[in-house]
Design a protein around this ligand. Sequence first.
Ligand code: KG4
Ligand code: ZN
Length: 318
Amino acid sequence: MKIHAPYGGVVPELASREHLRAIVPVARRALEEASLTLGQLQAIAVTAGPGLIGSLLVGITYAKALALSHSLPLLAVNHVEGHIHSVLLQNPEISFPALALVVSGGHTHLFEVREVGDYQLVGKTRDDAAGEAFDKVAKLLGYGYPGGPLIDRLAPFGNPRAVKFTLAKMKGNESDFSFSGLKTAVLRWTEQQDITHEIANRKRIKSANFEAWLEATPQRTLDMLASFQATVIQELLGRSLAAAEKLGAESILVAGGVASNSGLRKAAATQRHVRFYFPSAELSTDNAAMIAAAAFPKYQQGESAGLELRARAGLMLA
Ligand code: KG4
Ligand code: ZN
């Protein structure tokens, strides 16, 4: 985050260089902490996609080398399936069919999970991902990157009913999501409020200290941010709940970076007819445990990807 923050987003070239620098020491430390040696492993799992091609290539090349040199099966995992397993791993009691809402900087996808390994795409964003909407609104208002965690912390200081944002009207698949209209509405709000000065002030803040951000945010902006977040939550929960009812699903798994949003978690906890499941804080962001968890059923079924495995930036789950 520190490396990418000055650029206002992830820089692919820097990301792959960091992967290259970190992959060996991180894998070594993970083995050390688990008191394991490479020789004790039964398989090597790796993310095949979707994601940034350079970073995927680093992981896949390293995983192939480990698998080849230790004669282990190589298992290819879809990153999005990994996120779903971050929730399944900690909640083995979840019954199927379930819905999985994957919300991150790159995804806002709703899947029907008929059973582990059987996914059907129910809906997805037609424009921005939910995390992207958080990040873009934060950037527009002069905050740092990533914007989601910061807006999450600022929102409780504002009135979520102060600014009336309307939800997207969806023609066709009503389980699709849209956030670009909301983003435009925020832009229009900033123009009407004439807050150029306020935004310029925030852009001068260099430290990532929360108190400094809070102090640089007047009440009207806190109110708008609270209203923006409430609208995103309503869009996510409303469409997920409607889809769950239609499909007869009693569980909704929420995963990906935006799953750590505290407003979303609070609103989900008040739902009566459906039970929401979230990953613990350490499994909410991208991690390797979820990739191993997604690979395990594949390992049990004797799957192996082979050394011809290729990275696929646009790999789809369903
Ligand atoms: O899954 P993730 O760590 O990375 C990928 O995009 O794959 O998700 C990162 C995204 C960013 O857009 C970030 O702003 C958002 O998740 N995010 C949040 C929160 N924490 C992270 N959005 C809202 N509230 C949060 N607490
Ligand atoms: Zn992710």
